[in-house]
Structure formats: C-alpha cells, structure tokens
Ligand binder design. Structure first.
Ligand code: PMV
Length: 324
C-alpha cells in the first residue's frame, strides 16, 4: 500500500486570492496558470496497519505541529473516500526552496493527492484528483492537469476543479524565478486568503477577473505574448493591492522585488518579450518567450539583490512514478 508521485508547482497569470468557502477552498474567482517542469516535488505515501499515527518527513526532516496536522487532515479525506482506517508515512522532497512564493504547497498537495489515493487503491480521474488536491491547497488543483491550466471556480465541492487549456508543448514559455529572498514567508497563503474580504478593493478586483480570464485564455490559445504580458501584470497588481489594503495589511514585497519589477517593465519597453508576476512572497516570476532565456538570465543575475535565478519551461501535470 505504497505509491510515489511527482508534481510541479504552477505560476498563475490570473491569480486565486480569497475563498468563498475556506473549509472547502472554493475560490472567489477562477484562475489560470502554467506548470513549471524544472521544479518538482516527489512524494511517497505508505499506509501500514502497524502504524498508530501519521508521520510526515519533508526534505529529510520529520514535520510536527501545524504542518503535520495539515497533511494528516488531508489523509483523513482520502481514508474516508477509500473507507480504510490506516495511518501512513508521507515522505516529500522539493527540488527548490519551500514557502518563498514558489507554491511548494501546490506541488506538494498535488503529488500527495495522487500518491495517497493510489496507495489506497483509488483510481481517480483528473477532475477527481484535482478536487482532492484543492482541499489541501487551492492552487494545488491546478498542478494536476498538464501544461496551461484553468481552475473552474464552481459553486460546490463537485464542480470546483482545474482543466487543461493547452498542453505543455503548445507554447514555448519559460518562468525565471528571481530569488531575492529564499526564506520561509511570514504569513502563509491560507491565512492570507481569509484577509481578502477585509480589503475595500476586493470587490473591484473580483469584478474584473472574468474579463481578465477571457483575455488570458485568448492570449494563451493564440500565443499572443503582448496580450499575456498586459493581462498578467494587471492581475498581480490587483491581488497585491488587495493584500496591501487588507486589515491587517499584507506586504510580501521587498525593495529588491520592486527593483526586478521596474527593470522587467523597462526591458519590455526596449522590445524584450518578458513580463512579471509576484505571488504571496517576495520573489518575482519573470515570464518570457524561451528565446529570451540567455539574455534574461544574464540581465536578471546582474541586478542588485538577485541571489539566484531558477528557470523552468512549461511542465506536465501530476504523474504516478510507482504503485504497489
Ligand atoms: O493555494 P494557496 O492557498 O497557496 O494560494 C496561492 C495563492 C497565490 O499563489 C498567491 C496565487 C495563485 O493563484 O497561485
């Protein structure tokens, strides 16, 4: 009763921020992202009749407290569906820094959903796995399908899941993550989502999302980089405007984040196919056409405050590595 799965984090062009139902993680709006092939979480789940509690080992270290509880609660849902009462050991390794706006929880819960369900013998389809992953971390539902993905917000558990908009090889984009601060973030996104509705700007952001989703779908399907850049940059600014005007305010950026944003905008004005987006952390993600890779790497590495740059092409969804 053991299975191993891999999944990749995703970066959203149109962001998920705020829940209609925090327990079921039903989002206020839809969102669109792409998976990141070069970054990976590998998770092995082993259920065992001799265990009397769940254990979670993250990057080689036993987890405790809230981190373990979150994984254990998630396993409860899988146990309930499989009608089995067995505890498990979960071992998870990330190939990139956790909790720094690189959505480690998205890849983590996507890999856990696939490995845990298969270890208990459940052969679920993509929509079922996406719904399950969503219960662990909202954006994890987008790491189940491959390539460019849209989360259909739905209105209840059954109809809130992610679907593929286009496969990974549809468009040769890359994400360059400029690491300005690889530390673990102070306020996690689960707590952050609960603050969204305290911002007077939240209704305005939410009202604008359907139009931005439509433009983003169009940009991806037609491989229109200018349109993608415009709508992506508009959208993350709205999310951070809501964060900054929440009560208490959420400030994820540092001065180094601003430096990267400022330069990316000026490089685009010079004709480079680059744009920027920022999640719930300080590290900007620079989205670019793959042909800009070398130029962008050199330019980003030369900026003050940029400690390293992770580069990734568009990735597949969650995949089973082994089950027995
Ligand atoms: O899935 P969560 O609860 O970690 O929320 C992720 C929220 C953002 O990364 C900021 C935006 C997104 O859509 O990925």
């Amino acid at each position: 009763m053991r299975a191993t799965a891999i999944a990749h984090p995703n970066i959203a062009f149109i962001k998920y921020w705020g829940n209609r139902d925090p327990r079921l993680r039903l989002p206020l709006t839809g969102s669109i992202s792409m998976n990141l092939a070069a970054l990976e979480t590998r998770t092995t789940v082993e259920f065992d009749a001799d265990r009397n509690a769940d254990a979670f080992i993250l990057n080689g270290r036993p987890a405790s407290g809230e981190c373990l509880t979150r994984v254990s609660r998630f396993l409860d849902r899988v146990r309930e569906k499989a009608e089995r009462q067995l505890y498990a050991q979960v071992e998870s390794v990330n190939s990139y820094p956790s909790g720094a706006g690189i959505a480690s929880s998205a890849a983590g819960f996507a890999a856990l959903a696939l490995a845990a369900s298969r270890a208990l013998g459940l052969e679920w389809d993509e929509a079922q796995l996406s719904r399950l992953a969503r219960l662990g971390s909202g954006s994890a539902c987008r790491s189940i399908p491959s390539g460019f993905v849209e989360w259909l917000p739905g209105s209840r558990d059954l109809d809130s899941y992610a679907v593929q908009l286009a496969p990974a090889d549809h468009w040769d984009l890359i994400d360059l993550v400029a690491l300005v601060n690889p530390e673990h973030k102070a306020v996690g996104s689960s707590a952050g989502h609960n603050l969204a509705e305290t911002s007077p700007l939240n209704p305005l952001r939410v009202a604008g999302v359907p139009a931005r989703l439509e433009l983003c779908r169009q940009a991806i399907l037609q491989r229109d980089f200018d349109l993608l850049a415009r709508v992506t940059e508009e959208d993350y600014q709205w999310m951070h405007a809501v964060m900054r005007t929440s009560s208490p305010p959420l400030l994820y950026w540092t001065a180094d984040t601003e430096v990267v944003i400022w330069h990316v905008q000026s490089w685009r004005q010079q004709g480079h196919a680059l744009c920027v987006t920022v999640d719930a952390g300080p590290n900007p993600h620079v989205i670019a056409l793959a042909e800009e890779r070398e130029w962008a790497l050199t330019a980003l590495r030369a900026l003050p405050g940029v400690m390293d740059v992770l580069v990734s092409p568009v990735g597949n969804g969650a995949q089973l590595v082994q089950a027995n």
